[in-house]
Design a protein around this ligand. Structure first.
Ligand code: 5RP
Length: 218
């Protein structure tokens, strides 16, 4: 079984969290894409979806799923998205695809955050995956210097602009012992839009695809 098969299994298992007649929050990335494809099979049962990126909106529309503006939606019972890493407390690193800010907004606005991934994403300590930080372009050098003071090595994601018109700094060599504290500290740096730690609002459910099927962590 490939990693992609495992992602697909986890994504399909998330369908059980989708409530009839609701609007569904949808994440970004290859695992979220599997979820979108599965969601298409039950599209007649939902009112529409809120997308966490332009790419996700496009894929949802290609399946004939109505994409709604978050501002039009009163209730978002479920948000389904992938992750780059998760610890056992369901605190995540996200943003490998650069959609972290919109992902964090939609996750925050949702009642239940269902994270879907293959089981290689489960780690003891977050930080082996470089932590993405979305930054206002004029603040790039200043933010990079502040990150170095916090012990990280920021690397500009070359040739990449977020859906919000900003840049991404990927921070290497961080062993993140206190994810919630670091998430808050990074967001205090002027020029940071947000960072890819989802620790103050972790996932509620983690569905991990593996050789033996899907494991659920809560
Ligand atoms: C995009 C993300 C993705 O959820 C994360 O990068 C995981 O991607 P994939 O499902 O392709 O492994 O945070 O910004």
């Amino acid at each position: 079984m490939t990693r992609d098969d495992m992602k697909k299994m986890a994504a399909e298992a998330a369908l059980e969290y989708v409530e009839a007649g609701s609007v569904v929050g949808v994440g970004t990335g290859s695992t979220a894409n599997h979820f979108i494809d599965a969601l298409a099979g039950i599209k007649h049962r939902i009112d529409g979806a809120v997308a966490s990126s332009e790419a996700t909106a496009e894929r949802l529309r290609s399946h004939g799923i109505l994409v709604m503006d978050l501002n039009e939606v009163v209730e978002l019972p479920v948000y389904v998205d992938g992750a780059d890493e998760s610890n056992r407390y369901l605190q995540l690193i996200k943003g490998g695809g650069g959609a972290l800010t919109r992902e964090k907004i939609v996750a925050a606005a949702s009642r239940t955050f269902v994270c879907v991934a293959d089981d290689s994403k489960l780690v003891d300590i977050l930080g082996a995956f470089p932590l993405p930080i979305e930054v206002i372009p004029m603040a790039r050098s200043y933010v990079a210097r502040e990150i170095v003071k916090l012990g990280g090595q920021p690397v500009l994601r070359e040739g990449f602009t977020t859906d919000n018109g900003n840049i991404i700094l990927d921070v290497h060599n961080m062993q993140i012992m206190e994810p919630a504290k670091l998430e808050t500290a990074l967001n205090q740096i002027a020029g940071v839009v947000t960072n890819g730690l989802f620790a103050n609002r972790p996932a509620d459910v983690l569905l991990l695809g593996g050789e033996d099927g899907v494991t659920k962590l809560t």
